[in-house]
Design a protein around this ligand. Structure first.
Ligand code: FE2
Length: 278
C-alpha cells in the first residue's frame, strides 16, 4: 500500500537493491553479445539513401516487435561511416527484447516485477515495450524533458515506466532527473502516428514545466526507479568517461484502452500477461 500511495503522490519511486549485481551483469553481458552479433551495415544503408526518413521510420516502427539498434545522433561521419566502434556508438536497443531474447524475457517476466505491478494497481499487467539504454561515455546524448504517456498513451490510467540501473547512475554520467509531483499537472502532448505512418506531436497544453524544480535521481547499480507516465523527466548528456547502462520496461493493463495512434503497435507478437508464476 505504501508503494502505491507514494507512487501516486510523488510520481516516482526509488526501490534500492531491486536487482542483484549478478543479474545486472548478466543483462549487460547478454547485451554485449547482441551488439557483437549486430551488423551495422544494414542500418548504415539507411543513411545513404534518399529515402532516409521513410526507411528509418519503418525501422523504428518495426522495432515494436523486434530487437533493433539505434545509434547516437552523431555516431556517423558524412560518409556514413561510424566515427568509433559500434559498441560505443549505440544509443539504445528496442523495443521487444523482453519477448524475443531469452535472457531479457526471463528477467522481465520474473515474479518480483509481477508482484510490483500488482502493488502498483495493475490487475492484468502486460509489458508493452522494453529498451536497453547505453548512455555512452562522452557522447551519450541528452534526452529532453518529457512524459512517457506522450509516446504510449493509455486510458483511463497512464503507462508505468520501470527503469533498472545496471550501473551506478550519477549526475556526472547522466542520471534521470524528475519534477516531483508534476504528474498531477496533466499531459502536455501526444506523439501521434497517422495512418500514412507520418508522425507529429499534438499539443494538449502548452504551459511550460518549471524546470528549476527538477531533482536528480542518483541511484546505485541494481536500483529500480518507477516512473508515473505523466511525470516529467529527462537526462542530460553524459560527458563523463563512464557509461550509464539501464534497462527499461513499460507496463500497462490489458483492460485499459491503448491508443491506436500510438507509434508502437503490437500486431503479431502475442501480448503476454505478467503474472506471478509458481
Ligand atoms: Fe522517459
Amino acid at each position: 500500500m505504501y508503494i502505491f500511495s507514494e507512487y501516486q503522490e510523488q510520481g516516482f519511486l526509488i526501490l534500492e537493491n531491486f536487482v542483484s549485481s549478478i543479474i545486472c551483469d548478466q543483462l549487460r553481458q547478454q547485451t554485449a553479445k547482441l551488439v557483437s552479433e549486430f551488423e551495422p551495415q544494414t542500418v548504415k544503408n539507411i543513411f545513404t539513401t534518399n529515402e532516409q526518413s521513410r526507411i528509418s521510420n519503418k525501422y523504428f516502427f518495426d522495432s515494436s516487435e523486434k530487437i533493433n539498434f539505434f545509434f547516437e545522433e552523431n555516431a556517423f561521419d558524412n560518409k556514413a561511416n561510424l566515427c568509433q566502434s559500434k559498441e560505443l556508438s549505440i544509443n539504445k536497443i528496442g523495443h521487444a527484447l523482453h519477448e524475443l531474447d531469452s535472457v531479457f524475457k526471463n528477467f522481465s517476466y520474473n515474479n518480483k516485477i509481477a508482484r510490483l505491478a500488482i502493488e502498483l494497481g495493475l490487475k492484468e499487467p502486460v509489458i508493452i515495450q522494453s529498451m536497453y539504454i547505453f548512455k555512452q561515455p562522452n557522447i551519450g546524448g541528452e534526452v529532453n524533458c518529457h512524459q512517457d504517456s506522450t509516446f504510449l498513451y493509455t486510458e483511463p490510467e497512464p503507462v508505468i515506466g520501470l527503469w533498472f540501473a545496471l550501473e551506478d547512475a550519477t549526475i556526472e554520467n547522466g542520471c534521470l532527473w524528475a519534477i516531483p509531483k508534476a504528474h498531477k499537472l496533466g499531459l502536455k502532448s501526444r506523439f501521434i502516428r497517422a495512418t500514412d505512418d507520418t508522425t507529429s506531436f499534438k499539443i494538449l497544453d502548452n504551459t511550460q514545466w518549471d524546470l528549476t524544480k527538477l531533482i536528480p535521481l542518483e541511484v546505485k547499480k541494481g536500483s529500480l526507479i518507477v516512473l508515473h507516465g505523466l511525470l516529467p523527466h529527462l537526462s542530460y548528456a553524459n560527458k563523463s568517461r563512464f557509461s550509464r547502462h539501464a534497462y527499461t520496461l513499460h507496463l500497462i493493463d490489458k483492460n485499459w484502452h491503448y491508443a491506436k495512434d500510438n507509434w508502437l503497435q503490437r500486431n503479431n507478437l502475442p501480448l503476454n500477461s505478467l503474472s506471478i508464476r509458481s
